[in-house]
Design a protein around this ligand. Structure first.
Ligand code: HEM
Length: 461
């Protein structure tokens, strides 16, 4: 039975009743797409091939270091049951120019963003000029090798094994190191100090069962992340996913100053001051959603995700908040993000070391202005319809979801000339006087689009 990507039920990946095609799909799909792989420590190798046949041999030689999605899911299950540690993640992505260098035709790929490459999409995304990107992103990047694990040692050892396989005709044009950042309670946070990676589209039955709710349905069909691998031996059983990688530098000091300025402008005092930052992000630093609470809910509480904005015109969570712009959760037309198929699987990791405590209230002047940020990564079935749509049509659009909403305060790019209004208190329909938008504090430093092919394709090289 052909794999049904639009199946309205979550995939019971370990069911004995799984059909042969779905089994083949799981045995040939790369991990980290359907379920996040542990990647507290990461090395991202950006590769340039000087010679196509050498490049093909190199990619094929990586297969023994890789595992399938099914193997990964089994490892997760064994870890949850018996704390049995898993193996490192090795993922491979190939860019459009990478495929051409390898001698493959890209005519069967349908995604226009992928076929253009990120450099040629910079105007669509209001990205900085390519000449302002970090040097290695200005070069032709043919492939990416992602290595990740819970601790640095297996990542370092696997990285050595990958480098030992690299042919003389290929070079590593750049490398990114991802390192998880955690708050005092051990929750994963990003550099502005907020819990991140909480809200995700879920595809698998066990994941959905663990997060059932009444207000927000986290289940999304496989069609959000999988597409047939057009160059695999059997595209109807061999699937892949488009990866977006963007290095996003965070000016933490400027963001903290913006939080303080907004708190002053709204007259927030004492314990109410964190409301300003929460209005920008949509959650308090500890992950408490503003839609549900006007103060950070008690520590140790699992980070809540069961909410929609259906009955909140913006009095609790401003419509301009990052998480509301990036996922409007049923705000219009009975679920825009679902109807349009926009939700992508975010799999990023923070980069850059800190000596301060990102979650505390130390003065803004003690915060870094650069050198730290997010290696934003996400899997998509359509880069144009998901990542680019979110960035361009929602985050960068001051009129989404309604006129004069303003840019996404965290990731919006482009001129922030519209003035915006915020609720004067949590839950208050009374709005503040129009305020200048907070300045842009996230800067794109480079990136690329890749396709994560099936293992069957890599073996066929
Ligand atoms: C959620 C921060 C870049 C899309 C979040 C959350 C934080 C955050 C703190 C809340 C945690 C959660 O709900 O999972 C950041 C920072 C970024 C960044 C600091 C850059 C440095 C991006 C980009 C996109 C994006 C580039 C897409 C274009 C989303 C989405 C959610 C989210 C879709 C989940 C919203 C929801 O479902 O409620 N982000 N983010 N983020 N972010 Fe970002």
């Amino acid at each position: 039975m052909p794999v049904d990507l639009s199946n309205g039920k979550p995939l019971a990946w370990d069911s004995a009743k799984l059909d042969a095609d779905t089994k083949a799909m799981l045995d040939n799909l790369q991990p980290n797409i359907l379920q996040a792989h542990v990647r507290e420590n990461m090395s991202l190798l950006l590769v340039h091939f000087g010679d196509g046949p050498d490049g093909r041999r190199f990619l094929r030689s990586l297969v023994p270091l890789m595992k399938s999605a099914r193997k990964h899911l089994e490892e997760v299950r064994d870890f949850n049951r018996a704390k049995k540690p898993g193996t490192p993640y090795v993922g491979v992505g190939i860019s459009k120019i990478g495929y051409l260098k390898l001698g493959d035709s890209t005519s069967k790929f349908t995604d226009n963003a992928f076929k253009s490459g990120m450099k040629r999409r910079k105007d669509t995304l209001s990205d900085p000029a390519v000449g302002a990107w970090e040097k290695h992103y200005q070069e032709e990047i043919h492939a990416i090798v992602l290595i990740g694990d819970a601790t640095p040692e297996p990542v370092a050892a696997t990285r050595e094994r990958v480098l030992a396989l690299l042919p003389k005709t290929a070079k590593i044009v750049g490398e990114e190191k991802g390192e998880g950042l955690r708050d005092a309670q051990g929750r994963g946070i990003e550099h502005f100090g907020y819990v991140d990676g909480r809200s995700q589209p879920l595809f698998l039955a066990d994941q959905v069962a663990a997060e059932s709710g009444t207000n927000w349905n986290p289940f999304f069909p496989l069609s959000h992340v999988l597409v047939p691998d057009p160059l695999a031996p059997h595209p109807s059983r061999h699937f892949g996913s488009y990866l977006v990688l963007r290095k996003l530098e965070q000016n933490v000091r400027a963001f903290r100053e913006a939080e303080e300025t907004l708190a002053d402008a709204l007259g927030l005092k004492g314990d109410d001051r964190p409301l300003a930052g929460a209005m920008l992000v949509g959650r308090f630093r500890n992950g408490t959603p503003l839609r549900l609470h006007g103060k950070p809910s008690s520590e140790g509480h699992p980070v809540q995700n069961d909410f929609s904005y259906r009955d909140d015109p913006g009095a609790k969570c401003p419509v301009s908040a990052h998480i509301r712009k990036a996922n409007p959760r049923d705000s219009r037309d009975g679920g825009l993000e679902r109807a349009l198929g926009v939700m992508m699987a975010r799999r990023g990791q923070t980069y850059g070391r800190r000596t301060d405590k990102p979650w505390d209230d130390a003065p803004a002047t003690t915060r870094p202005t650069g050198g730290v940020g997010l290696l934003f990564m996400a899997f998509n079935s359509s880069l144009q319809g998901q990542f680019e749509f979110t960035q361009q049509t929602w985050a960068d659009n001051a009129d989404f979801p309604a006129g004069d909403t303003g840019h996404d305060p965290v990731i919006g790019q482009g001129k922030r000339d519209v003035k915006v209004r915020y609720p004067t208190a949590w839950g208050s329909a009374k709005l503040s006087a129009p305020q200048r938008q907070v300045p842009q504090t996230v800067t794109m430093k480079g990136g690329e689009y890749f396709f994560m092919p099936s293992l069957a394709y890599l073996k066929s090289l």
